[in-house]
Design a protein around this ligand. Structure first.
Ligand code: AMP
Ligand code: GLY
Length: 417
């Protein structure tokens, strides 16, 4: 079996390792990959957004299944491109990738289908003054979002109307290029966040085990927003009562909405939730696995990931019995100096070969240079441990992290505390 994983982060490392766990003999390519995937698999020097070159490679190599990690190629239409050439690719088509490509598209879908979410209003850049005036009718803090893909930087939580107005003008003036042609204003929701990744085959939606992500750079949720500094699975905020409400108020209307609106969504739907009491509300949709949620969730998967993905593509997900390890997982991200504002490259990483064999080590921003592994991005490594309790998993992961070192290494000390 030949598998191509598109992307270069910790998420893609976790996907490739999970494929390997069920198919030890599979030939696994990662494009473009990182220092760790170069050692464990075969890296292909094609960027994740060069969809023509990726398709050409998949055709030439007779790849059986391509798994797309990041959102950018999905929004560009990589799956449509592959399908048009008779190639199998896991992920939503271009039309469905708009759930991540446009926050307004998602909000409109949620409203049409009566799915609980924050109140909102949206404006185009021709409507700057209307947008500013409408913003002042929201309570503080008010949430201002660039509509399109902005690498996680397009959401502002504003404590004053002055800050919000400045944010609106900045976004409309082209700070995020095309991603800022539309703004979505939202009411601020309180509660606790949870990430729910779901497999979808067009007519069935099956949630994976729940996860929690720590988005801020520093302890006690201080500092800037990042891609995610760590997390764990399952997330105890999703009690059986909350789960039942998610099923009836969110998952069922989503799948009914897909059917009604003829949206053939196949792939992973990542639902960002805010939970207060027993009431879940949708914060956002992503159309891919989360990072670092994937590094927490996939080590717990006990059913062949390739089989699940093929079932999604073929519309027979309802026939697959997906099993999970009952243990807790806990993931910590080790980041390079300067992250998230910048990242420091070229620092030599030591201690990787001293990690416990049972520990999952997922490379992200790393590269291999002359036999050494060096930093090559903001989030450098993710370490995951499994144990019977979260406390144990947490203690194991932190103990392993202490064995790793590189100049400027930083991590949160309070993940899963
Ligand atoms: P998004 O990319 O839309 O998920 O937003 C990024 C982060 O901003 C979320 O994970 C939340 O922490 C926060 N956020 C977004 N929208 C809201 C909202 N309406 N109320 C409170 N926090 C929000
Ligand atoms: N960890 C959040 C994301 O992947 O978007």
């Amino acid at each position: 079996m030949k598998i191509l994983v598109v992307g270069n982060g910790g998420r893609e490392s976790a996907i490739a390792h999970t494929v390997k766990r069920f198919h030890n003999d599979a030939e696994i390519f990662v494009a473009p990959g990182n220092g760790g995937t170069e050692e464990a698999f075969t890296n292909v020097a094609i960027s994740a957004s060069n969809i023509d070159a990726l398709a050409e490679f998949a055709k030439k190599e007779n790849i059986d299944l391509t798994i797309v990690g990041p959102e950018v190629p999905l929004v560009m239409g990589i799956v449509d491109k592959f399908n048009s050439l008779g190639l199998r690719a896991f992920g939503p088509n271009k039309e469905c990738a708009e759930f991540e490509g446009s926050k307004r598209f998602t909000k409109e879908f949620l409203m049409r289908n009566d799915i609980p979410t924050a109140k909102y209003a949206s404006f185009t850049k021709e409507q700057v003054e209307e947008c500013v005036a409408a913003m002042k009718t929201f309570n503080l803090p008010v949430v201002v979002k660039a509509d399109g893909l902005a690498a996680g930087k397009g959401v502002l939580i504003c404590e004053s109307y002055e800050d919000a107005e400045e944010g609106i003008r900045e976004i409309f003036s082209g700070k995020f290029e095309g991603a800022g042609d539309v703004i979505v204003l939202e009411e601020f929701l309180t509660g606790i966040e949870a990430s729910l990744l779901c497999f979808v085959d067009g007519k069935t939606i099956v949630p994976m085990e729940t996860a929690r992500d720590y988005k801020r750079a520093l302890d006690n949720d201080k500092g800037l927003n990042t891609g995610g500094m760590g997390g764990f699975s399952p997330n105890p905020i999703i009690t059986p009562a909350v789960k039942a409400n998610i099923e009836s108020r969110i998952l069922k209307p989503i799948i009914d909405g897909f059917q009604k609106e003829k949206l053939d969504f196949k792939g992973v739907l990542f639902i960002g939730l805010m939970i207060e009491g027993n009431d879940p509300k949708v914060l956002e949709f992503n159309v891919r696995f989360g990072d670092p949620e994937t590094q927490s969730v996939l080590p717990r998967l006990q059913t062949d990931l390739v089989e699940i993905m093929n079932a999604c593509i073929d519309g027979r997900l309802a026939d697959v019995n997906i099993k999970w390890d009952a243990r807790q997982s806990m993931t910590l991200v080790l980041a390079s100096q300067g992250y998230p504002e910048s990242s420091h490259k070229g620092d030599i990483i030591t201690g990787l070969d001293t990690l416990n064999q049972e520990t999952y080590l997922f490379h992200a921003g790393t590269k291999k240079v002359d036999g050494t592994i060096q930093t090559d991005g903001g989030r450098v490594l993710a370490i995951t441990s499994l144990a019977d309790t979260l406390e144990e998993a947490r203690a194991k992961t932190y103990a392993e992290a202490k064995k790793v070192s590189f100049d400027g290494m930083q991590y949160r000390t309070d993940v899963a505390k």
